[in-house]
Design a protein around this ligand. Structure first.
Ligand SMILES: [Zn+2]
Length: 349
C-alpha cells in the first residue's frame, strides 16, 4: 500500500467517527449548514450552478440533525454568542441563501412538519422578482445553448466568436465558456442573452424564481428568521469599503422594514474572504440592526461575530434512507483539524 492510498483509507475511516469527537477536538459547539434550494424538479436558473437535494433527501437531513444535534434558531445563537453564555453542545443552525421561491413552497412545509428552526438569507433587490442574479442568468444561457438546434448552433457560435473574440468551435465549448463566466462580475450577461434569445424579464414573470414580500412576511410570522444576503448578489471583496457598508447595512434595513425585526443577520454572497474584519466590526458598531455575519468556511475559526457554515446542497452519497450530512460535517471538521495542525506551533524537541 502506498502513502496515498493509506491516507485515503485513513480519511474514509475518519469520516465514520461521530462528529462530536472532532467538535470537541477543535473546541466547537456549533455546526452551521447552508443550502440554496430543494426541489423535486430541475430548476433551469440553478441547474448549471450547483446540485441540490430532493425534498425526500432534505427530509433525511432534517431527521439526521434532529437525532444527533440540537437545532437552534438565530435568536438563541445570537443570544448565546453575545451574552457569552455560550451554546448547547452540538448546536446546529440551519440556513438557506439567495431567497428562492422553493424556500416557501418546498422547504417551509417540511420545516413546519419537523418543527425545525431556520434562517433564510434573502438578496433584497430580487425580492418580488424585481431582478435576477447574473449567475442565474448564465445558468439560463447554458440551458438555452444545450437546447439549440444544429443549424442554429453554428450561427450563434460564429456571432459570439465575432463579438467576444473567442474561438469556440462546438456547442459544449460554448456551454463551458459560459460556465467559466459564472461569478465573474465583468461578464457581459445581457449581450449574451440577446444572442441566445434568453428573455430575463419574461422568465422572472413566468417562473417567479424568488420569494415575494408576502412569503417573506409569512415565513417571519411562522417564527423563521429572515436575514439579508446583500442587495444584489455581488462579491463584496471587489467593492470599496463604502460599497461594502451600503450592501450590508441597506440590505439588513430592507429586511427589517419587511419583518419589523431589529437584529438582522447577514450572509455574504459567495463568501466573506478578503473583506476586512476590522471594517466589518466597525459596520456592526455603526449600525445596531446588523446582526451576526454568516460565512461559508465550514468550521474555520473567525471573529466572534462571524458564523461559519458548510454546504448541505449536494446529494452525493445520500440515499432515501440515509442523509449524507454526517460525511459532509465530518469532512469539514477534518479540514479544520488539519488546518489547526498545520498552523500549530512546532513542538520543541
Ligand atoms: Zn448566494
Amino acid at each position: 500500500m502506498d502513502k496515498h492510498s493509506i491516507r485515503q483509507s485513513m480519511r474514509k475511516l475518519a469520516v465514520q467517527v461521530p462528529p462530536k469527537f472532532y467538535m470537541r477536538l477543535i473546541g466547537s459547539d456549533l455546526v452551521g449548514v447552508y443550502y440554496h434550494v430543494v426541489s423535486e424538479v430541475p430548476i433551469p436558473h440553478v441547474n448549471h450552478l450547483y446540485d441540490y437535494k430532493s425534498p425526500a433527501l432534505f427530509e433525511q437531513d432534517l431527521i439526521y440533525l434532529q437525532q444527533h444535534f440540537n437545532l437552534i434558531g438565530y435568536d438563541a445563537l445570537s443570544e448565546g454568542l453575545s451574552n457569552g453564555t455560550g451554546l448547547m453542545r452540538k448546536s446546529v443552525i440551519l440556513t438557506f441563501d439567495d431567497g428562492f421561491s422553493e424556500c416557501f413552497s418546498v422547504v417551509r412545509p417540511l420545516l413546519l412538519e419537523h418543527k425545525v428552526p431556520c434562517t433564510f438569507f434573502v438578496t433584497t433587490d430580487y425580492v418580488d422578482n424585481r431582478g435576477m442574479s447574473p449567475d442565474l442568468i448564465l445558468s439560463l444561457c447554458i440551458d438555452s445553448v444545450l437546447g439549440l438546434e444544429n443549424d442554429r448552433q453554428r450561427v450563434i457560435i460564429n456571432q459570439i466568436n465575432a463579438d467576444y473574440g473567442t474561438r469556440l468551435s462546438s456547442q459544449m465549448a460554448l456551454a463551458d465558456w459560459i460556465k467559466s463566466l459564472i461569478g465573474n462580475p465583468k461578464a457581459a450577461v445581457s449581450n449574451l442573452c440577446n444572442h441566445l434569445g434568453v428573455d430575463v424579464e419574461r422568465y422572472l414573470h413566468e417562473s417567479r424564481p424568488y420569494l415575494t414580500s408576502e412569503e417573506i412576511v409569512q415565513l417571519s410570522k411562522d417564527g423563521f428568521t429572515i436575514g439579508a444576503h446583500a442587495r444584489s448578489h455581488r462579491r463584496l471583496n471587489n467593492l470599496s469599503d463604502d460599497e461594502i457598508e451600503a450592501e450590508i447595512m441597506e440590505s439588513c434595513r430592507a429586511i427589517g422594514a419587511l419583518t419589523g425585526k431589529e437584529d438582522i443577520p447577514f450572509a455574504f454572497p459567495y463568501n466573506g474572504d478578503g473583506v476586512s474584519r476590522v471594517l466589518l466590526e466597525n459596520i456592526r458598531a455603526r449600525h445596531a440592526h446588523v446582526g451576526l455575519l454568516f460565512n461559508s468556511r465550514g468550521f474555520e475559526e473567525d471573529q466572534n461575530f462571524m458564523v461559519n457554515r458548510l454546504c448541505g446542497d449536494s446529494p452525493e452519497g445520500a440515499t432515501p434512507e440515509e442523509s449524507n450530512l454526517r460525511q459532509k460535517i465530518n469532512r469539514s471538521l477534518l479540514d479544520e483539524v488539519s488546518r489547526k495542525l498545520r498552523h500549530a506551533p512546532k513542538l520543541q524537541k
